[in-house]
Design a protein around this ligand. Sequence first.
Ligand code: F6R
Length: 242
Amino acid sequence: MKLKIYPDYAQMSDAAADAIIMVVKEKSNAVICLPTGNTPTLTYELLVRKSNDLGIDFSKVILIGLDEWLGISATTVGSCNHFFNEHLIKHLNFSRKNIYLFDGLTNDPEADCHKINLFIETAGGIDLMVVGIGMNGHIGFNEPGASFDEHAHVTRLHAITIEVGQKYFNTEVKLEKGITLGLRNLLESRNVIMLANGRAKAAIIRQTLEQETSTLLPSTIMQLHDNSALYIDEEAASLLTE
Ligand code: F6R
């Protein structure tokens, strides 16, 4: 695992945007899996700006959304679908047929998980997976205790995720379950980048890097991947001792 520490959030986001562009430039039909949340917001703003300036073509790129809140509609502000539409999809020339986002209102989440697993396999695997990190070390909705051996699946959300998750919504919502790619998908991705910024993430970043790998702290899975990189700013790095 590579560790890259940037002076601030803007420079971390700039590097992350460049990393995504590099993958797309190298492979026009790259399969990229991206997260939502506060962390990648500037990355996507820069990705859109740079891609439009450089004329990067996303028409063959396959976009996979990392996760979604179950029970929340795609049009609800705060849903992952809404986020992807607002921050990425409407600004870049993705083909609709190449976009796979989980449906929070699906009647059959298990079937959707099966479909996405098959889709990834047929597409030849994920070239780049970008993830954030939750305050409890979750990745996607792989909460503490999640198996490293699962592909897409339905999860029961951890109390911290339910509490923190309210920040994305305009009104109070009932958050209980999520649908997410699994940690096995992460291990099988050719490249993985984890992003974290700000002092609030410093303690969990320290644990991620300095604790032994354990399913009790899903983010430690980054240590097991040969082509993983952690992009963090100095604030998130401020508690590192080694
Ligand atoms: C979002 C996701 C979550 C977030 C994590 C950090 O798609 O998968 O795991 O990456 O909760 O969220 P922020 O970036 O808002 O701190």
